[in-house]
Design a protein around this ligand. Structure first.
Ligand SMILES: CSCCC(=O)C(=O)COP(=O)(O)O
Ligand SMILES: [Zn+2]
Length: 216
């Protein structure tokens, strides 16, 4: 389905969903210093050609303006004529959509996600053992153990993409960029939000648990 074939109603519904999520996350202080980016896919999800709405780059994400989002295609190029620049990290969104077939991707920088990514950088994944909120990822085993992948953070975003491709774990709907932030995704915005909230809870839990054990 080409971008022109997608109804105005569908496009507007995606934009209003993004706007709601953006305001909510901003109220939680999840976009410090203009960091973070959000996207939701529109139209046909089975096609190799797809479009998604994404936050414009460098904006104060605690404000709502008519220039907050734009639509881009599967290569991260604007789908329509616009003066807006897509997020600097759009290529990471493109790759996650391509690899997972998900419908929404949310990225935030927090102190806890950055801290744990450095704490566990040598093992290249953040271990979580038996915490109830693992179930938010639809992993229902009792005492489940998960490892959340951590990849290198480079200023040159295209250099991050191959490592993302290599480290994506189909069980885990998220990936950490070292000392940078988490990317969480889901079939839709509701699921991506649930996953993101679970990751953030688990990061704080893991950090505090580590601290308690190191003191003992
Ligand atoms: C100011 S934070 C550095 C860029 C970044 O990591 C980020 O998430 C925001 O970049 P964007 O281009 O999406 O505004
Ligand atoms: Zn970022």
């Amino acid at each position: 389905m080409s971008f022109g074939e997608i109804s105005l109603e569908d496009k507007q519904s995606v934009l209003s969903e993004l706007s709601e999520v953006k305001s909510l996350f901003a109220s939680r202080g999840w976009f410090p210093g203009t960091s973070g980016n959000l996207s939701i896919r529109v139209g046909d999800f089975t096609s190799e050609q797809f479009d998604f709405a994404i936050t414009a780059s460098g904006k104060d994400k605690s404000l709502s303006t008519p220039e907050d989002f734009l639509f881009v295609d599967q290569d991260g190029k604007p789908s329509e004529l616009t003066k807006l620049k897509p997020s600097a990290e759009t290529l990471i969104h493109c790759e996650i959509y391509r690899q997972t077939g998900c419908g929404a991707i949310f990225h935030i920088h927090t102190v806890f996600n950055s801290l744990v990514s450095e704490l566990f950088w040598e093992r290249k994944s953040i271990p979580v053992d038996g915490v109830e909120l693992i179930k938010a990822f639809n992993i229902w085993d009792e005492e489940a153990h998960i490892d959340i992948p951590i990849v290198s953070n480079f200023a040159h975003i295209p250099s991050i993409v191959p490592e993302v491709t290599e480290r994506l774990d189909p069980r885990i709907p998220g990936i950490m960029l070292r000392k940078h932030g988490i990317y969480a995704w889901g079939a839709n915005a509701f699921e991506a939000k649930r996953h993101l909230e679970a990751f953030e809870f688990l990061f704080e839990y893991v950090y505090r648990w580590e601290l308690l054990n190191r003191k003992a």
